[in-house]
Design a protein. Sequence first.
Length: 237
Amino acid sequence: VQLKRLLLHNNQIELISTDFAALTNLNRLSLQHNVLPRLPDKMELPSLGILLLDYNELTELPDSLFQSIKLKQLGLSNNKLPGVPQDIGNLTALQKLDCVNNVLRSIPRSIGKLQSLAYLDLSYNKLKSVPIEISSLLGLEFLHLSHNMISSLPSEIKFLTKLQSLLLNNNKLSSLPEEIGFLASLQKLDVNNNRLREVPATLEKLSKLENLRLGFNRIISKGISDSIFRGIRATLK
């Protein structure tokens, strides 16, 4: 079978046949907005580059899925996944991973192996911490962690020097690490709706920052240094 693109989104599909394994040339598979509770155990699709599973009822992922080593984009948002398997680290070509609105409680350390990853969205989950291994994603440009229960960030975040957008709003952060000042490419930083009492003076180093959101925190007057605004051109919202 020479089929390269299969688009089945916005249907009422409840079951996927194991015959999918025969689609060895398939590059794009779209299954968003269905009612899939699970995927077949055999999902070896060696040519697959884009897999979109958003808006289903998935509670687990088959091990075979993580043998699709050419996968560049994986959409898992709006499912019921309690976690991401360790084997996610096998997907070393992955550039975009969307896990918005699941019930994730932790992220496996193997995520640090995704050296091609540029976009990672883990918003609207139940995460309480950020694994240090995320700092290994040196090509990461977008890191979205809003609407979780994160109380702190690792200082190793300083290694994400290509990061352009960092969304941390609606968490439980009481402070930001001084090392955030090393994020030289950062253009947008959103920490609305946290528990911050002050912001680190190292923000003044973020010369590319255009959008800084600090609303609905506990910041007092002396919690913001005047020097912060000397180095950045911020739009406060």
